[in-house]
Design a binder for this molecule. Structure first.
Ligand code: SAH
Ligand code: SF4
Ligand code: F3S
Length: 437
């Protein structure tokens, strides 16, 4: 027995997927998971830097681990992920109790680095980012038992002007379709019933290797025996093709949920963001999605307070939100990321204005989400039973194909079952219902 590890994960699903591969390597080396930082021999923080708030949380955690390390000097403490990529050695200078800093392109090196530090106790910083590297054949310790995260591509080429991701994740590179399918097959054989294909912009999958595009890949994954639900994120509105929409429509297990971040609702700001589509183009794509997939849910991301945002821009965004009627929207306060073009733009919006606008945006969206869910009252939906609800062990929590959370009282069903649920109490964020027997 080599000891115990704990991995803390911040940020997006890609970070969860990476952490599962780090965990796989630690387990292969004989480490076992612990939930307690106090008795861990290896602690990793897989970090996010998409907004300043994400970084603040990590700095807070790094500070806490200092005390753990004082009590347990043999502890190996590493920082991985996007903030590690962005800050490199700075992290070590700021917090000398860190033993290693590994960048986003070094997931496959984790096992080796930990072994090296255990033996030699010399600090390591490795944030080299090979623009083409795609890791394959790593052991994976998945975090769930029913749903598997499957990265299909790494990096981003879009350079939205507010966003740090392309700088910390490198250029777009796609896994080979047969590698993705092989991973999905293994997941199915291990009992997973749902897969979520991950990428910063899944619609541009395969443009680098030309072996298959995203629609082709979806079809291959849809055909894997044992997989009942195929999800994917994130879709960039600029290249959501008719072929892709038709593939979703004609698929068997491809879920009718599209996360299609608009980011903003005025052309002036979209242009400044370098999103490369207009409100009109987005509207046309959304219309095509709704025509082809009438029951689908559509969700989005929005950023409030981008530099130069005026009250008129904001009013247009509220109107656009009312027009689109998203099932849900993830709304963010613009956060200045140094090194990105937007950080250097004049007319940064004052904090109070940003906060006030965010409140108004959320109020409009909550009203819409509630109204859409109200429309589901008395409807039936197929729900995959995911586990007990957080607040009440007598209640199951599951999800519809459209990715809505459904809560319903326990019956004889078990985790992993697919049941028909009648919605009796729709709410803004969840649907409550009962199993149809
Ligand atoms: N590649 C995906 C997700 C990127 S990060 C996409 O393009 O949709 C997830 C979300 O974080 C983005 O959609 C955006 O809404 C938000 N985001 C990114 N950078 C941000 C910043 N500097 N400030 C606030 N929100 C940001
Ligand atoms: Fe960031 Fe834009 Fe790339 Fe998404 S598409 S990761 S928002 S640069
Ligand atoms: Fe954060 Fe990196 Fe994901 S910056 S949102 S963890 S790609």
């Amino acid at each position: 027995m080599r000891g115990r590890y704990k991995i803390l994960v911040y940020g997006c699903q890609m970070n969860i997927a990476d952490a599962e591969r780090m965990e796989g390597q630690l387990q292969a080396a004989g480490y076992v998971r612990t939930e307690e930082t106090a008795d861990a021999d290896v602690i990793l923080i897989n970090t996010c830097c998409v907004r300043e708030t994400a970084e603040d949380k990590v700095y807070g955690k790094i500070g806490e681990i200092k005390k753990v390390k004082e009590r347990h000097p043999q502890l190996i403490f590493g920082i991985t992920g996007c903030m590690a990529q962005k800050e490199g050695e700075n992290l070590m200078r700021r917090a000398p109790h860190i033993d290693f800093v590994l960048g986003t392109g070094k997931v496959q090196e984790l096992g080796r680095i930990v072994a090296e530090i255990a033996a030699k106790r010399t600090p390591v910083v490795d944030v080299a980012l090979d623009a083409r590297a795609v890791e394959e054949h790593l052991p994976i310790a998945r975090s769930g038992t029913l749903s598997a995260w499957v990265p299909i591509m790494y990096g981003c080429n879009n350079y939205c002007t507010y966003c740090i991701v392309p700088y910390v994740r490198g250029r777009e590179r796609s896994r080979m379709p047969e590698e993705v399918v092989a991973e999905v097959r293994r997941a199915a054989a291990d009992g997973y019933r749902e897969v979520t294909l991950l990428g910063q912009n899944v619609n541009s999958y395969g443009k680098d290797h030309g072996q298959a595009d995203f629609a082709d890949l979806l079809r291959m994954v849809d055909a894997v025996e044992g997989i009942r639900r195929v999800r994917f994120m994130t879709s960039h509105p600029k290249d959501i093709s008719d072929k892709l929409i038709d593939t979703i429509k004609n698929g068997t297990h491809i879920c009718e949920h599209i996360h299609l971040p608009v980011q903003y609702g005025s052309n002036r700001i979209l242009k400044a963001m370098n999103r490369v589509y207009t409100v009109e183009q987005y509207r046309e794509r959304a219309r095509r999605v709704r025509e082809a997939l009438p029951g689908a849910s559509l969700t989005t991301d929005l950023i409030v307070g981008f530099p130069g945002e005026t009250e008129e821009d904001f009013a247009e965004t509220l109107d656009f939100l009312r027009e689109m009627r998203y099932d849900a929207a993830y709304t963010f306060l613009y956060s200045k990321r140094s090194g990105t073009p937007a950080a250097a733009m004049a007319a940064q919006v004052p904090d109070e204005v940003k906060h006030a606008r965010l409140e108004r945006l959320m109020a409009v969206q909550n009203e819409i989400s509630r109204a859409i869910n109200e429309g589901l009252r008395s409807a039936q939906a197929e729900v995959m039973v995911e586990g007990a609800s957080k607040n009440d062990p007598a209640v199951w929590s599951g999800r519809t194909r459209t990715n809505k959370i459904v809560l319903f009282p326990h019956g004889a069903e078990r985790v992993g079952d697919f049941v028909q649920v009648k919605i009796t109490q729709p709410q803004t964020w969840v649907l409550k219902g009962e199993v149809v027997r």
